[in-house]
Write a protein that binds this ligand. Structure first.
Ligand SMILES: Cc1cc2nc3c(=O)[nH]c(=O)nc-3n(C[C@H](O)[C@H](O)[C@H](O)COP(=O)(O)OP(=O)(O)OC[C@H]3O[C@@H](n4cnc5c(N)ncnc54)[C@H](O)[C@@H]3O)c2cc1C
Length: 459
């Protein structure tokens, strides 16, 4: 019987992988991954995410070897490479899980056309989400713009359960493969920081087990906004790379409403991007399109480098640059600081996050930035401007998060880290004074939004 290709994409696991499960039932499987040709010409990924990807591919290859199979690595345009592979192996079909991103979807259209040309089957599956965007619509068949009714509908829909891990994939394919990539493939340095999340399916399953079984999930609703230590699942990169399945995660956590709500936010933003792909370039709320964001490059650079003089902001940026991750509460604080205190365009922050986050997810990142800027779907209204100092007092009152990520402030008394310095100077030698006065910038933000509204009227 002719073999079938399973095209791995953002589903780098064997357990409960929908397309792989069906491919294994259809015949002997050629597991394939096509490396992108990205050579640093755009800034939408970086060393941390690519390093994580390399580790995930290594782990996937090892897991496939345990099943006596072999991961075939190719590089280049996915459609051209899959076509070559299909011809070389005389495959009868290409199986894959659908990608929610616009770029992934565009590639799928081309893969489908290529399969048609070759006269082979093209089998695609829902796997990344519990519910595709078109499954969660209003009574009138329209997409939701607001989260609460979306999540009620989403929650009420029947959910598929996990599928078994395949035990046989057929003989190891004998076609040529490139070596597993290292970061150097993209001219990047490897990452060896101990705080960097361990890649691969086994590590991700360990994180899921720890979260569910060791009390963190039980305390999630109460503690999830505390950035120090582990108060959340820390599974976002695992969902991003498909190291765990959303069905299994839902099944294990479904009795914890607050946590499940976050899984719904993930799919809400994916639905927004699906129905309004223009959000990648424009404010979701038309009222705020064309807004002036007069922040300077110099301000943006200080934010990026974690030299704002606002300890909670700088600690967050340090966490991001070191680990590729940042606690959700701190993401909101740094994003609001960039847009509402420094008046920089949210798209600058969105791109910077995308480059550095290991869990970078186009829809959630765009949604998070537009939420913080006050321009997005169900966003914080523009006049809700978080004060970084009071946020610190509320969520990091003992400055434990700050002191962890800014060791140069370890010996500074807590009171000096949670309130602005009364003298306007720096908090500690070598640490910059706050680059702006939050109260002044707050007023400026209100004025900028009011001016825009006066000029353009309500949408
Ligand atoms: C400015 C900004 C940018 C963001 N960019 C991303 C991004 O690129 N990728 C990303 O996965 N999340 C992003 N988020 C959402 C959120 O910060 C992360 O999902 C969360 O911090 C990941 O940590 P966790 O896995 O411990 O989350 P948990 O609190 O344990 O949540 C479980 C899962 O739910 C999902 N989730 C949680 N909160 C959100 C949310 N607000 N929006 C969408 N999904 C959510 C994630 O998949 C997460 O792994 C962003 C938020 C903001 C404010």
């Amino acid at each position: 019987m002719a073999p079938v290709i399973h095209w791995f994409r953002r589903d780098l696991r064997l357990t409960d992988n929908t397309a792989l499960h069906h491919a294994a039932e259809a015949g002997s499987v050629i597991p394939a991954y096509v490396l992108s040709t990205w050579k640093r010409e755009h800034g939408w990924t970086g060393p941390l995410r690519q390093s994580f990807l390399c580790g995930c591919l290594q782990s996937l290859a090892a897991n496939l070897e345990h099943l006596h199979s072999r991961l075939i690595i190719r590089a280049g345009d996915a459609v051209a490479e899959l076509e070559k592979l299909a011809v070389e192996t005389r495959a009868a079909a290409i199986f894959f899980n659908r990608d929610p991103d616009p770029f992934g979807k565009a590639t799928e259209v081309r893969v489908r056309a290529m399969c048609g040309r070759l006269g082979i089957r093209c089998e695609s599956f829902k796997d990344t989400v519990l519910h595709d965007p078109d499954e969660v619509l209003t009574g009138e068949g329209q997409p939701y713009r607001v989260f609460t009714p979306y999540s009620k509908n989403w929650l009420g829909l029947p959910k598929a359960g996990p599928l078994p891990r395949p035990s046989v994939l057929g003989p190891a394919p004998k076609v040529a493969s490139l070596p597993l990539p290292a970061p150097a493939y993209w001219q990047l340095e490897p990452v060896n920081d101990p705080c960097f999340p361990l890649p691969g399916e086994r590590a991700a399953r360990g994180r899921m087990k720890h979260f569910v079984d060791d009390g963190i999930l039980a305390g999630y609703a109460m503690h999830r906004d505390e950035p120090h230590g582990q108060s959340t699942s820390m599974l976002s990169q695992d969902l991003r790379f498909g190291l765990i399945s959303i069905r299994e995660l839902f099944q294990r956590t479904q009795r914890h409403a607050k946590f499940v709500q976050e899984l719904a936010w993930r799919e809400f933003y994916m639905a927004i991007l699906h129905h309004w792909p223009e959000v990648l370039d424009h404010e979701f709320n038309p009222q705020w399109r064309g807004m002036a964001w007069p922040g300077t490059n110099e301000h943006f650079t200080r934010w990026r480098e974690g030299r704002t003089g606002f300890p909670i902001v700088d600690a967050g940026m340090r966490q991001l640059l070191t680990t590729g991750l940042m606690h959700n509460r701190v993401r909101m604080i740094v994003a609001m600081f960039l847009t509402k205190d420094l008046h920089c365009d949210w798209r600058w922050g969105e791109q910077f996050f995308h480059q550095h986050l290991v869990d970078a997810e186009i829809a959630s990142n765009n949604g998070g930035w537009q939420w913080s800027a006050g321009t997005g779907a169900d966003a914080a209204p523009y006049f809700r401007i978080q004060n970084p100092w009071s946020q610190t007092r509320r969520y990091d009152p003992e400055a434990r998060y700050i002191k962890h990520w800014l060791p140069e402030l370890r010996h500074v008394p807590v009171e000096s880290l949670v309130s602005p310095p009364s003298h306007g100077g720096s908090i500690a030698a070598g640490y910059p004074p706050p680059m702006v006065d939050h109260a002044v910038e707050r007023e400026r933000t209100l004025a900028l939004f009011a001016q825009h509204r006066a000029r353009h009227g309500r949408a």
